[in-house]
Design a protein around this ligand. Structure first.
Ligand SMILES: Nc1ncnc2c1ncn2[C@@H]1O[C@H](COP(=O)(O)OP(=O)(O)OP(=O)(O)O)[C@@H](O)[C@H]1O
Ligand SMILES: [Mg+2]
Length: 604
């Protein structure tokens, strides 16, 4: 079952969390960081200033207490208060600037990254999308890129800021009073043990959360996109229960991480309080022995407070870094996927005549399962060939090979006697117009969907093409005409209407060679008539390959190729094939029966 398999692989990939810092990854990311390096360096260089201004404050308090308050001396106290105030304002301004610049560079980096990723994705071969569900690719471009931004803005920078802070505090303490500093810093080994314990346990917990979140997300995605089927088959209750299970697992995973988070938080608080107790106990004794001033004691208490804040936030930062590393790795993996070269090869063929030749083509999507077997067929310029065959016979695949979406394993395809592997994909796709089996309309309006950014066509030509394609009947019914909006995937149009619109699209594109992969869906007799009329216009003067599911379409073909299990089994005109009494004859009889039934219904 593809769904289950897909979910399984998402499960593994999204849960893959490891290191919180990986220099190899950072090295590769440097490509994206380096254009903004000066902004980042400037922003980070402000960090020591922020730390310095913060560390100045306890020192000022100490001075005020020792020099003024305890001596009952008022002069100078105002000055200290003023400096203190300035330090606060300074800290505020520098922090603001530092944060702003860092976020700015972060946003610039992700803009670049996302743009590059998008253009890379546009060039990836279709086989990539066969293997990677759309939802997962979207995650790369959205939340993974976002996670990376977090790494710059909250993770890395604050680690650096914290490092400055912690070192600064230790230095300040040692400068103020070495003995008291050494005694106070006795708490550090305990903190180290707790941090290490958290790192091991917390890592597992976070990994678990990611895995379970991915599971919930993919379940949601599948169920929402298949909501129609869910309703039709009344699976609501079962799916609800299934979802509830996933949801409960996620809650469980979250609870266990909350456990470690709380553990870290409470332990750091406890050790902090022990530190305070040590300062008061040891420092108090020293004050009595007159080896320590009261001001220094207060300053120590202040410093200690500041010392524990970054450690308490460690878990959050650790999670950010870990996620960012995993996200970067996935993004880089996507960049490693080889692009399809669109422009490589010949991109000019003198006066294209439109001869197409399939020569001993074999192809498989997955190794060992051959979908096309030794297929040969020559189509003369201007000829119209219909391909018929049962579902899964490999008809659409053949067209994808002609368009170089995939490369054949064996054999060659020639256009005007030139091997298409020497022709650039861009050229091929420019000269072959396609009406695909599943017609895709983009959200927007009808005109945009027909033009598809082809602005060289005038309004008059456009309307003429729409008329030729018989799409005018569709558009006439709409209040806004060409400007009528199209919803996502063209859901507000019937499949017959979508076909007519796509005919107009191809006429506007005006290709030399035309490929039509007829939709398998049933349409009413009237629309079918319109489609046949439109089709006639479409095929005029072009080499055409039409994959036909309806006999009415086969009528326009000069020759009919019958495919069966990836092989060409019969080839000839309609009459010739009927006489042969082979596969085509059977198909015709079956379809003829259906046609008769439909005619009867219409006549009623
Ligand atoms: N992307 C893919 N990855 C793997 N297998 C595929 C892929 N696309 C198609 N196939 C398989 O290749 C075979 C031929 O598919 P193809 O779409 O060419 O059939 P078709 O003749 O166009 O059928 P239909 O008349 O239903 O459109 C099928 O067995 C299908 O399962
Ligand atoms: Mg098909």
């Amino acid at each position: 079952m593809p769904g289950a398999h897909g979910r399984g692989s998402v499960f593994l990939e999204e849960g893959d969390l490891g290191k919180a810092y990986d220099s190899k990854i950072i090295k590769r990311l440097w490509l994206f960081i380096s254009p903004h390096k000066w902004l980042i360096i400037f922003s980070i260089s402000l960090l020591p200033l922020v730390a310095g201004l913060q560390l100045l404050q306890p020192y000022l308090i100490k001075t005020a207490i020792d020099e003024n308050i305890s001596r009952g001396k008022l002069e100078g106290l105002n000055l200290i208060a003023a400096i203190f105030f300035c330090a606060l304002i300074g800290q505020y301004l520098v922090t603001f600037l530092q944060q702003y610049l860092l976020q700015l560079s972060g946003q610039r980096i992700i803009l670049d990254l996302r743009t590059k990723l998008f253009s890379h994705m546009q060039r990836l071969p279709l086989s990539f999308f066969d293997k990677n569900p759309v939802g997962r690719v979207v995650t790369r471009l959205t939340s993974d890129v976002e996670a990376l931004n977090e790494m710059f803005t909250s993770g890395l920078a604050s680690f650096i800021g914290d490092a400055f802070m912690l070192c600064g505090i230790m230095i300040a303490m040692l400068l103020l009073n070495v003995k008291l500093a050494l005694v106070t810093l006795l708490v550090i080994p305990f903190l180290a043990v707790i941090a290490a314990f958290f790192r091991i346990k917390g890592r597992k917990a976070y990994r678990n959360i990611r895995t379970k979140t991915a599971l919930v997300n993919s379940y949601l995605e599948e169920n929402l996109s298949g909501i129609e089927i869910v309703r039709l088959f009344r699976r609501e209750k079962r799916n609800f229960n299934e979802f509830q299970n996933y949801n409960r697992e996620l809650r469980q995973a979250n609870i266990s991480s909350v456990f470690y988070d709380s553990f870290l938080y409470a332990s750091v608080e406890l050790i902090g309080s022990i530190g305070v107790a040590i300062i008061i106990w040891y420092g108090g004794g020293q004050i009595l022995q007159k080896t320590l001033t009261f001001g220094v004691l207060v300053a120590f208490l202040e410093y200690l407070q500041k010392f524990f804040v970054p450690i308490r936030d460690l878990s959050a930062k650790y999670a950010i870094m870990q996620q960012a590393m995993a996200a970067s790795e996935r993004i880089l993996k996507l960049f490693d996927e080889e692009e399809e070269d669109l422009s490589k090869g010949v991109s000019k063929v003198e006066s294209l005549k439109g001869k197409i030749e399939f020569k001993n083509i074999s192809f498989s999507y997955n190794k060992g399962e051959r979908v096309i077997k030794n297929f040969s067929l020559t189509i003369q310029p201007g000829e119209k060939v219909a391909i018929v065959g049962a579902t899964g016979a490999g008809k659409s695949t053949l067209l994808k090979l002609l368009l170089r979406f995939y490369e054949p394993d064996e054999g060659t395809i020639l256009i005007d006697d030139v091997d298409i592997s020497h022709l650039s994909r861009q050229w091929i796709r420019k000269n072959i117009g396609v009406v695909p089996q599943d017609i895709f309309l983009f959200a927007g309006n009808i005109e945009e969907n027909i033009r598809l950014s082809n602005n060289s066509v005038t309004e008059k030509e456009l309307i003429e093409n729409i008329r030729k394609a018989r799409a005018d009947r569709v558009i006439e019914k709409l209040k806004l005409g060409l400007k009528e909006s199209v919803s996502e995937r063209g859901n507000n149009f019937s499949s017959g209407e979508k076909q007519l619109l796509s005919f107009a699209r191809v006429l506007t594109f005006n290709p030399h060679i035309l490929i039509l992969d007829e939709a398998t869906s049933n349409i009413d007799a009237e629309t079918e008539h319109l489609i046949q009329e439109g089709l006639k216009e479409l095929l005029k003067g072009r080499t055409s390959i039409v994959i036909a599911h309806r006999l009415s379409t086969v009528r326009y073909a000069d020759r009919i190729a019958v495919m069966h299990h990836g092989e060409l089994r019969e080839l000839g005109s309609h009459e010739e094939l009927l006489k042969r009494k082979g596969i085509y004859y059977r198909l015709y009889r079956y379809q003829g029966g259906i046609e008769e039934m439909r005619n009867q219904r219409v006549n009623l």
